[in-house]
Ligand binder design. Structure first.
Ligand code: PNS
Length: 164
């Protein structure tokens, strides 16, 4: 009899400022091969996010309804966080060729720091490939309609931030 394999844990890191329908799509895709997905919200001192860390975590929890998806924040190196959680996979999305160079460097550095943790690149649904948190923030800032791009709770949070 073969021993049962340990649960396959994937970490999906990012800024999620805020979570979009593109992120939600990637989380669903990651769940097709991972038993657990940890959405890891980065504390990035170099960035000035629109939403606080706590707000970003809460918005993801509100947008993702899957008991096998955990939402956590992390400070410091992603490779160390992945190791500490027992993850063997890092999930990143690739939307365009322009994403590639940065993602490629990051994947190699993370493998160097945490051998055995593999980066897996996922491509979002075709109609979501143009989507990014920064575009969503910009459209919302000027009162544009983001209803099809984000969860309703995120839309509401954007309205409140921008007083629309
Ligand atoms: O959504 P983003 O902003 O593209 O996510 C980038 C993120 C958070 C995944 C990346 O900046 C990261 O992993 N930060 C943690 C610090 C770290 O490990 N840096 C070295 C990466 S090789």
């Amino acid at each position: 009899m073969t021993a049962p394999r340990p649960p396959r844990i994937a970490v999906y890191p990012g800024s999620f400022d805020p979570i979009t329908r593109g992120h939600e799509d990637l989380i669903r895709r990651a769940r097709t091969f991972a038993d657990r997905v940890i959405v890891a919200v980065a504390v990035n001192p170099a960035k000035q996010p629109l939403f606080t860390l706590e707000e970003r975590v809460a918005l993801i929890r509100g947008a993702v309804d899957d008991p096998a998806v955990d939402v956590r924040s992390f400070d410091g190196l992603l490779a160390a966080f992945a190791r500490a959680t027992g993850a063997t996979i890092i999930v990143r999305g690739l939307r365009a060729v322009s994403d590639f160079e940065y993602e490629f460097q990051m994947a190699l550095m993370n493998r160097n720091l945490a051998p055995g943790v593999e980066t897996v690149f996922l491509v979002p649904a075709f109609d979501l490939t143009y989507l990014s948190s920064s575009l969503v923030r910009e459209v919302a800032r000027f009162g544009g309609d983001v209803a099809s791009l984000v969860h309703p709770a995120v839309q509401q949070a954007l309205r409140q931030k921008f007083g629309k």
